[in-house]
Design a protein around this ligand. Structure first.
Ligand code: SAH
Length: 218
């Protein structure tokens, strides 16, 4: 990414509008706040330069350090499942490029995001700051323990595949909050699980099958 800021109408705008229609709306995402955010966030600024021309295509892309920026549809699908609202506070585990954090930050009040690869964390913090996202706070470290100083969260999104749901994340979920996480063995197909908290109890719903990079521990 260069130091200069991108004008609102960039050369990828038409591709971004098409992406939302063909990959996201056509597959059933209807939440207007989510669709608006996906139309607004310049995804090409979150991919390495050599992949910018593919940023609006229907697949994940490498972002270095063996990690990926998720497929656009998956970002939209997970965001919609979380039922994000204007006044909400969100936690993301797995900042990666910062794209998912930016999409959430267009909708909710505040986003806290943790990334285990220090270089990726620093790069995305810098990128998000340059883009003017003042409501996103980045931290480098193992997201397993969540962010206790900022808990509880209305929304928790984990964008790496874990074998089981980290208990600290369940503990840091607010009453009526929602947590989404891919669960399953690494290098296999995982199941996307949605957890909601009602009267202190958690309700689990299985959504769909996905493939994410593994959740790691320090
Ligand atoms: N949400 C990202 C995609 C993330 S890929 C985006 O929009 O670009 C998953 C990320 O989770 C990787 O960058 C990986 O390094 C990170 N990760 C894996 N285990 C983690 C952990 N325990 N804590 C924090 N981040 C973790």
């Amino acid at each position: 990414m260069t130091g200069c800021s991108e004008p609102q109408a960039d050369k990828y705008e038409a591709a971004r509008i098409r992406m939302v229609r063909n990959q996201i709306q056509d597959r059933g995402v209807i939440n207007t706040a989510v669709l608006d955010a996906m139309r607004k966030v310049p995804r090409h600024l979150f991919t390495p330069k050599e992949y910018q021309d593919q940023a609006y295509n229907d697949y994940p892309l490498p972002i270095g350090y063996g990690q990926t920026i998720s497929q656009p549809f998956i970002v939209a699908y997970m965001t919609e499942a979380l039922k994000p609202g204007k006044k909400m506070k969100a936690l993301e585990i797995g900042t990666g490029s910062g794209y998912q954090a930016a999409v959430l930050a267009e909708i909710v009040d505040k986003v806290f995001t943790i990334e285990i690869v220090p270089e990726l964390s620093a790069e995305s913090a810098e990128r998000l700051k340059k883009m003017g996202y003042e409501n996103i706070t980045c931290r480098s470290g193992d997201g397993y323990q969540g962010w206790p100083e900022q808990a509880p969260f209305d929304i928790i999104i984990v964008t790496a595949a874990a074998e089981k749901i980290p208990q600290p994340l369940i503990d840091q979920l607010a009453e009526n909050g929602r947590l989404i996480i891919p669960i399953g063995a690494p290098a296999a197909v995982q199941e996307l699980i949605l957890i909601s908290k009602k009267n202190g109890k958690t309700i689990e719903k299985r959504l769909t099958y996905v493939r994410f990079v593994p959740f790691r521990r320090l």
